[in-house]
Design a protein around this ligand. Structure first.
Ligand code: PRX
Length: 653
């Protein structure tokens, strides 16, 4: 600790709070070097690859070495403190090393979920102004290959800031490289004392590809020179890269310096890059990881979230590594190769804490108990749930079948914005009651408040309101990248003096919290957050569509499904199947597969207020078949529009 001063956070609307500003060694030191001094051979990461039974273990010493080589490589390629590096990779040790390498040299990382499309990736790269991207040739999930490098190629075409793309090899299949690309090679066989990542010459296949390319290039009359130049660039890189040292001087950072950006959806179309900072975030991730899950030294922690989401950041990477833990990185799906995948993995890796999403629990429940009973789960101590409300049936199944009734289930409520878990049961307090389906109590330092519609604090129990947090906590996001005004307007202005979460909650007679869902136009599809406005923007780009309204509706596996009401342009007559195919293609291309509509309903008009605002509240009630709850329709411009929608829905359902 070098110095301390007091900071006022304007985001809190004039309510001052103190952050002791300290200089500290970059996160890579807190997550790696510290542990290498005391237990270098402890396993830091277990990479549970898509192919079952082929896990890959990385010790703290190896992870430090990997991180340092990458840190040096990035530095040598001009990445500086304060720059932002975009990482588009599936969960794997190299992705973790990339995050830590950025942290080590003081650059911010911006991990983009590898399921996002080229356009969604490009939007995030542009907003973050990244000049460097790290990716892999291909992803592997559920036995299927995904062309991640090709997606990056498409994305960077519309990202003028990008100067270099580092490419690691996840599969044996070579990919076409461009002059911007820098080849890295991952050693896939683990041997004693072997460096895990060698940054070296392009593989033999890559070279073959260049030579093959020569033929095409010469067609344009400039083949030979271009090829020579390409080979020069590549071999130059390769020679230089082999020199990378395993020692990389860590940057000393201020506690309030940026650690990472992570894009998430809000109620408008444009995703927002939430900014998390150095000290508070790591402290909060580490503390919640230890106390919420009762994590003890030597435990194997299995968080199955992808590193592209905040859950992966806080509970696959930063929390476990700051605590010197062993963290599982899960690359596959819950049903590959069969619905026993999670529990077979629990048995094989001897997982002690398992942390997953209700959507997967609901899916597995449907496949039956035999897939769980087949495997030994006696190592399990705590079961966690995150990302969306967990219904009682799923909670009970998780508790009684998966946990044999002996493992506490922690339903953890939090958000990208909060950095770590905020409301949760805490089994480290053995006397504390846990009510199924409730997030229960605030974590240390969290002061929840419920607000009524007038903006007043609800002080009594057995009441529902808008969930706010009454005082800052270490893990809170500090701003939205390049848009501090949006941060203030979204989180601080709705209830001045409080942080507004966007969720509603119920507080029981006993004072326990239950999250009731979003109050804004954000929905949660299979635990993935998406703004309905984002989907509408894309649906409206379809040449046949005049306008649309997208809402979430209750879906028995996904939690929420996407329901799109569509009005076609005059004179358009499209077949239902064709429209559905077109919209699915468009949404997959512009956002991601998970955002595709589950239901599409064509109407001649949408219910609107006289001022032209679409009444989504009414649409939600109609889809829920709560016709008595339609509320006041007197402000509607054309009440017959609702009637038409009701009639079509009845036909669909
Ligand atoms: O609506 C809440 C829901 O997920 C939202 C946050 O999404 P995201 O930023 O993607 O982070 C997900 C992982 C932390 C919240 O506003 N949510 C999260 N956890 C729960 C939840 N809803 C109910 N119960 C939860 N345990």
């Amino acid at each position: 600790m070098h110095h301390a001063d007091v900071m006022m956070n304007e985001a809190n609307n004039g309510r001052f709070y103190c952050v002791y500003r300290v200089s500290l060694w970059a996160h890579a030191v807190n997550c790696l070097d510290r542990h290498v001094h005391t237990c270098p051979e402890r396993v830091a990461l277990i990479w549970e690859r898509d192919e079952p039974g082929s896990e890959f273990k990385v010790t703290y010493r190896q992870l430090l070495e990997m991180t340092c080589r990458l840190g040096n490589l990035l530095r040598r390629h001009g990445v500086k403190r304060g720059d932002c590096v975009t990482i588009y990779m599936p969960s794997c040790p190299l992705a973790v090393a990339s995050m830590l390498a950025c942290a080590r040299i003081g650059a911010a990382h911006n991990v983009v979920f590898a399921g996002f499309s080229a356009e969604a990736l490009a939007e995030r790269i542009r907003d973050a102004q990244s000049s460097t991207v790290i990716t892999v040739n291909q992803g592997v999930r559920g036995g299927k290959l995904t062309e991640l490098k090709k997606t990056v190629d498409t994305a960077v075409q519309s990202c003028p800031t990008v100067q270099q793309v580092f490419v690691a090899m996840r599969t044996e299949n070579p990919v076409a490289m461009t002059a911007k690309d820098v080849a890295m090679e991952e050693v896939r066989e683990q041997k004693e004392n072997q460096t895990l990542i060698k940054i070296l010459m392009p593989t033999a296949e890559d070279r073959k590809l260049y030579f093959n390319k020569r033929k095409q290039l010469s067609l344009f009359g400039c083949g030979f020179i271009t090829m020579l130049w390409l080979l020069h660039v590549i071999s130059d890189n390769a020679q230089e890269m082999q020199k990378e040292d395993v020692v990389c001087e860590p940057a000393a950072m201020d506690s309030e310096d940026v650690l990472f950006l992570l894009y998430t959806s809000g109620s408008t179309g444009k995703p927002k890059g939430l900014v998390h900072t150095q000290a508070g975030y790591l402290l909060y991730a580490a503390l919640t990881h230890r106390y919420v899950f009762s994590y003890h030294d030597g435990d194997v922690f299995g968080c199955v979230a992808d590193i592209g989401w905040i859950t992966g950041h806080s509970y696959s990477v930063y929390g476990p590594l700051a605590n010197g833990g062993t963290s599982v990185l899960f690359e596959s799906t819950p049903i590959y190769p069969d619905p026993g995948r999670y529990w077979e993995m629990v048995q094989r890796l001897k997982i002690n804490q398992f942390y997953g999403a209700p959507t997967a629990i609901r899916l597995l429940l449907k496949y039956g108990n035999q897939w769980v009973h087949k495997y030994d789960r006696s190592t399990l101590k705590t079961l966690g749930s995150v990302g969306e409300p967990i219904n009682t049936e799923a909670w009970e199944w998780y508790h009684t079948v998966v946990g044999d009734g002996r493992c506490p289930v922690v339903d953890t409520w939090w958000q990208t914005e909060t950095g770590g878990i905020c409301i949760t049961p805490r089994p480290s307090n053995p006397d504390a009651e846990i009510v199924p389906g409730m997030a229960m109590r605030p974590f240390f330092g969290i002061k929840p408040a419920l607000m009524d519609t007038e903006g007043e604090v609800l002080t009594s129990n057995h009441t529902s309101g808008a969930l706010c947090i009454a005082q800052p906590w270490p893990g809170m996001a500090r701003t939205i990248h390049n848009n501090h005004q949006r941060f203030i307007e979204t989180y601080c202005q709705p209830y001045p003096g409080y942080f507004f979460t966007g969720d509603g909650a119920y507080r029981s007679k006993e004072g326990y919290y239950q999250i009731t869902g979003r109050l804004d136009d954000v929905i949660n599809v299979s635990g993935h957050r998406i703004g309905t406005a984002e989907i509408e923007d894309v649906v409206n780009q379809c040449s046949q569509v005049a306008e649309s309204a997208v809402i979430g509706y209750s879906h028995n596996i996904k939690g929420e499904g996407v329901y799109a009401f569509v009005v076609l342009k005059k004179g358009m007559d499209v077949e239902e199947m064709d429209l559905s195919r077109q919209l699915n293609d468009l949404v997959s291309k512009k956002i991601a597969k998970y955002a595709c509509p589950d239901c599409i309903q064509v109407n001649s008009r949408l219910p609107k207020t006289r001022s032209g605002k679409i009444m989504r509240r009414v649409l939600r009630k109609v889809v829920e078949q709560d016709l008595n709850g339609l509320g006041d329709l007197s402000t509607l411009d054309d009440p017959a529009a609702v009637q038409e929608i009701i009639e079509v829905i009845v036909n669909i359902i």
